[in-house]
Design a protein. Structure first.
Length: 195
């Protein structure tokens, strides 16, 4: 027997009372575990029910949002098409303007180069004329009036002079040819006379 204090007194138990108490404790523990299982199952069911309601509500909200977005998309589609067409037109205009501006810059550059080339040619012509004038001045100083007159005529009327000179040369050659022919005739006559 076990002596246990009980409110200041002692309890005397028989040998089988311990086994009965142990079985009662184990039965009590099993029932407590069963109660805990039931309570946990109840709280889990409630939590599941609230989560299911929240999921259903979320799904309904998503459907409503999807319907609203579909309606908005259908109502905005013509406006979006119009905006995309305007954007495409604006981009095309910008590309066209950029191309025109590039062509204008190229034309301006070519025009500036052409003006520069013409100015260079004009400068060279002026330098050439200046050099001819200097040459004429130096020729005037060093030449006689006849030579000066000849140089001026040759330079001012070169094509006509060259034609006239060519005609004069032909005439001189023809005279020379006649003279040589006459001389050769006279020479042959002289030879004949000698024979």
């Amino acid at each position: 027997m076990f002596n246990r204090p009980f409110f200041g007194g002692q309890v005397f138990l028989k040998y089988y009372h311990v086994e009965q108490l142990n079985s009662a404790v184990s039965e009590f523990a099993r029932r407590v575990a069963t109660c805990q299982k039931c309570v946990r199952a109840l709280t889990a069911r409630r939590r599941y029910a609230t989560m299911k309601q929240a999921a259903v509500k979320c799904e309904q909200d998503m459907r409503q949002l999807n319907d609203i977005l579909t309606e908005l998309t259908q109502s905005l589609t013509p406006q979006q098409q119009q905006h995309s067409d305007e954007d495409a037109k604006r981009h095309e205009d910008e590309r066209r303007r950029a191309k025109e501006e590039e062509e204008w810059r190229k034309a301006e550059k070519d025009k500036a180069e052409e003006e520069k080339r013409k100015a260079e040619e004009k400068r060279k012509l002026e330098e050439q004329k200046k050099a001819e004038r200097e040459e004429n001045k130096s020729a005037v100083r060093s030449c006689s009036t006849v030579q000066l007159f000849d140089q001026l005529i040759i330079r001012s009327i070169k094509p006509a002079i060259s034609i006239l000179l060519f005609i004069q040369l032909l005439a001189m050659f023809s005279k020379l040819f006649k003279l040589t022919f006459r001389f050769s005739l006279k020479l042959t006559n002289f030879r004949w006379n000698l024979i």
